[in-house]
Write a new protein. Structure first.
Length: 497
C-alpha cells in the first residue's frame, strides 16, 4: 500500500498548510505534570489504532501510528471492507435471482428466451480492491488532517517507553498495542493461495470457484459460504458442530441454515476437518471420521490468532492469555500502567466497532478525560449473510439457562407488510424485556439490512427504555422497523409487568 502512504504524506503537507492559514491546526496541547506534550505511539493502524489516534490528536497529544500494511490496517485492506464489498454484490445477485415472484424475468437473448445471471469475478475483485484502497486513502487523509504521524514498518517494544521500527527508536509516554490478529492455520491444511485459501487470498482468484468447500461455520465461514453460493459457486459448508453459527441465536441460525439449504448449499454438520490436500486442479478435504470431500477450492475459516508474538510484549512485562491475547481491563489498560491495548489482539469481541471503542476509551483514560468503561452488553453485532443477523444485549441462551429473567416475543418477518411487498419471507424480530418493569434487555433481528434495523433496539437497550416507550414510538408504515414496534406492543399486551 505504498500509494496510501504517498497520498498520506501529500495530504499532511496540504492539510497542515491550509489549516495553519485558517487557524484550524494546532489544538490545545495535552500536557503532563512537567509541561511537555504527551507523546503517544500506537502500534497498528486498524480501527483500534486509527480511532485512538484521532481522539488523542484532537486532545492535543503528539501521536505516531506504526503500521506495516497501510492506513486502516487489515480490517480495511484485507478483511472487513473487502469481504463486505463482495457480499454486497452477492446479496444483489441473490435478490435479482429470486425476483420471479415479483414479476421480474431476465431476457437472455434476442429470441426472447429467459436467461440467468452470471458474475464477472474479475470486475468484482477489482471493485473489492479499489474500494479497500479508497477507504485506506480516506483513513490516511483523516489522520493527516489531525496531524497524526504514520511510520511504516514492523514495531517492537525494546524498552518500557521505547518502540523500535527498524533502526528508528520512538520514545513514548503512552503506548497502545493494536496489532490485530491473523487467520488461524489448521495443521495439515496450510493455504497455498491458489486452491487452499484463507479469506485474505480470495480476491486474487482469476475465476469463480466451481466447487467451493468452506471449512468452518462461524461468522466468517457462513458469510463467505453464502456469498459464493449466491455468486454461482457450488458450496459445501463443513461444520464441526450440529448447526451453522454455533455461538449465535439458535432461532436465527435455523432460519439461515434453511435459506442455505433451499438455495442448494450442502451443509455437513458434526463434521470436523482433519486435513486438506491438493490433487491437480482439485482439493480433497479429509474429515476426522475418514470421509473425504472433493472440490475445486477450499476456504479455511477456523478462527484467528493474535499478532502478539515477537514484538517485545513479554520483555515489557505485559500479561498475555494462554492463547496469546493481550489482557486488558475495561478501560483497555494492560498490567503495565502506561501501556494499553485494543482490538482483535485483546480477543474481546473481534468487531471493528469494539476495536474502535477500545482505542478511544484507552486515549480518553490515558489523557485524563472522563470515560465510561467498555460495556459488552451494549455492543451491537451483525452477521452479513443474506438475510443478515443482528443482535444486541441479552441472548436467548442467557434466558434459557436462567441467568437472566426475561420475557420474550418473536415476530416472524413474513407478517410485515413491507416484507411481503419486497418478497422477503425469511427472518424475524425477537425482543427481551424484564418481567417486572418492561425495560428492554436485548433483541435479535433476522432480515435484509438487519445491520441498519438493530440501531433502534441498541438505543433502547443502552438508554434503559421500556417496551411501552418503544411501542409508542412512531414507525413508518410500511417499513421493516414496524416489526420492532409491533413486537414491543405484543410484549406489552401478552406479558403483564
Amino acid at each position: 500500500m505504498l500509494e496510501a502512504y504517498a497520498a498520506y504524506s501529500a495530504t499532511v503537507a496540504k492539510r497542515t498548510s491550509a489549516g495553519r492559514a485558517r487557524g484550524l491546526v494546532g489544538p490545545l496541547p495535552s500536557v503532563r505534570n512537567n509541561g511537555d506534550v504527551t507523546r503517544i505511539v500506537i502500534i497498528g493502524g486498524g480501527p483500534g489504532g486509527y480511532e485512538a489516534a484521532l481522539v488523542a490528536a484532537q486532545l492535543g497529544a503528539d501521536v505516531t501510528v506504526v503500521e506495516r500494511d497501510g492506513p486502516g490496517g487489515a480490517c480495511v485492506l484485507t478483511d472487513c471492507v473487502p469481504s463486505k464489498t463482495l457480499i454486497a454484490t452477492s446479496t444483489r445477485m441473490a435478490v435479482m435471482s429470486e425476483s420471479e415472484g415479483l414479476g421480474l424475468r431476465f431476457n437472455g437473448g434476442p429470441d426472447g428466451e429467459v436467461g440467468g445471471l452470471e458474475v464477472d469475478l474479475a470486475t468484482v475483485n477489482k471493485r473489492v480492491k479499489d474500494l479497500a484502497r479508497a477507504q485506506s486513502f480516506d483513513v490516511a487523509e483523516r489522520l493527516a488532517y489531525e496531524e497524526v504521524k504514520i511510520v511504516r514498518g514492523e514495531a517492537r517494544l525494546v524498552e518500557p517507553h521505547v518502540v523500535a521500527v527498524g533502526d528508528r527508536h520512538l520514545r513514548a509516554d503512552v503506548i497502545l498495542i493494536a496489532t490485530g490478529a491473523t487467520p488461524r492455520v489448521l495443521p495439515g491444511a496450510e493455504p497455498d493461495g491458489e486452491r487452499i485459501l484463507n479469506w485474505r487470498q480470495l480476491y486474487d482468484l482469476p475465476e469463480l470457484p466451481e466447487e467451493l468447500i468452506v471449512v468452518g461455520s462461524g461468522v466468517t465461514g457462513a458469510e463467505l459460504a453464502g456469498a459464493y453460493l449466491s455468486l454461482g459457486s457450488k458450496v459445501t459448508l463443513v461444520s464441526s458442530r450440529d448447526r451453522i453459527l454455533p455461538t449465535e441465536d439458535a432461532d436465527a441460525a435455523a432460519v439461515l441454515q434453511d435459506v442455505f439449504l433451499r438455495r442448494g448449499m450442502n451443509v455437513m454438520s458434526r463434521s470436523r476437518a482433519a486435513g486438506v490436500e491438493r490433487s491437480g486442479d482439485s482439493v480433497i478435504v479429509t474429515l476426522e471420521d475418514g470421509r473425504k470431500v472433493e472440490g475445486s477450492h477450499c476456504l479455511m475459516t477456523v478462527g484467528m490468532e493474535p499478532n502478539t508474538r515477537g514484538i517485545g510484549l513479554e520483555k515489557a512485562g505485559i500479561a498475555l492469555s494462554p492463547q496469546g491475547f493481550v489482557q486488558v481491563d475495561k478501560v483497555s489498560r494492560t498490567n503495565v500502567p502506561h501501556i494499553y491495548a485494543s482490538g482483535d489482539c485483546t480477543g474481546i469481541l473481534m468487531l471493528a466497532s469494539v476495536a474502535g471503542m477500545q482505542g478511544r476509551i484507552a486515549m480518553w483514560h490515558a489523557l485524563g478525560e472522563a470515560v465510561q468503561p467498555l460495556k459488552l452488553g451494549w455492543v451491537a453485532s451483525n452477521i452479513f449473510t443474506d438475510p443478515e443477523v443482528a443482535s444486541v444485549g441479552v441472548t436467548q441462551k442467557m434466558v434459557d439457562s436462567g441467568d437472566v429473567n426475561a420475557r420474550t416475543v418473536m415476530l416472524p418477518l413474513f407478517s410485515n407488510a413491507r416484507a411481503k411487498m419486497q418478497g422477503f419471507e425469511d427472518g424475524f424480530v425477537k425482543l427481551f424485556c424484564r418481567p417486572s418493569t418492561g425495560i428492554l434487555l436485548g433483541g435479535v433481528i433476522v432480515a435484509p439490512r438487519a445491520s441498519e434495523l438493530i440501531l433502534g433496539v441498541s438505543v433502547a437497550v443502552q438508554q434503559h427504555l421500556t417496551v411501552e416507550q418503544l411501542a409508542q414510538t412512531f414507525a413508518v408504515y410500511p417499513s421493516l422497523t414496524g416489526s420492532i414496534t409491533e413486537a414491543s406492543r405484543r410484549l406489552m399486551t401478552e406479558h403483564q409487568y
